[in-house]
Ligand binder design. Structure first.
Ligand SMILES: [Zn+2]
Length: 186
């Protein structure tokens, strides 16, 4: 069993992790369909590594709240099960490094993926530096007025404990909360 950390990508910002990238930065309607399909097929072969509590929701506001709760791996990288949704439904393109890695495999590396121990650490440092190519922002809605208002209520009552963190993280969270509030004021 390998204990080298996997390299994370495709994890999106949330109130708990505001420093992660926003999927809105990665949209590319002109990405070649053939390459998109090749990447999608690869992502879907990922081996489930760990399951988290609760389903991921679409940060781009399409209302899909069942994007999955597993992290997947190919033995080198780790990505969330829900990432395929963004490529398929919202025209996201992944950074060149990831596409290069996928192209370099002659077939999905199943044996390497199987060799990874559950709860292997994931190193997100590279992913945290990714800024995509668009100056855009998700509205960050959880997909329904009820769940967004529940989120705002829990935040305002200080029921969400974020632990110690940087000023930058706090500033991005304020912006995310503002986006949610604005969405339901319209
Ligand atoms: Zn969506």
């Amino acid at each position: 069993m390998s204990s080298k950390p996997l390299l994370g990508f495709g994890f999106w910002r949330s109130l708990a992790e505001p420093l992660l990238p926003d999927p809105a930065w990665f949209v590319d309607a002109h990405w070649a369909a053939s390459e998109r399909q090749m990447v999608l097929a690869y992502l879907r072969q990922g081996r489930p590594l760990q399951q988290w509590m609760g389903q991921s929701w679409c940060r781009l506001g399409c209302g899909n709240t069942t994007l999955g709760s597993a992290d997947l791996t190919d033995g080198t990288y780790c990505w969330p099960e829900g990432l395929a949704h963004y490529l398929e439904q919202h025209q996201l393109r992944l950074p060149a490094e990831i596409i290069h890695h996928i192209r370099a495999q002659s077939a999905f590396p199943s044996a390497q993926a199987q060799a990874i121990a559950p709860y292997c650490p994931v190193d997100n440092r590279w992913w945290l530096t990714q800024r995509g190519w668009l100056d855009a922002a998700s509205d960050f809605s959880t997909g329904s007025a009820a769940s967004d208002q529940d989120l705002l209520r829990r935040h305002e009552r200080n029921l969400l404990d974020y632990g110690p963190e940087s000023e930058e993280a706090q500033q991005i969270r304020r912006q995310l909360l503002e986006n949610i509030r604005r969405k339901w004021q319209q």
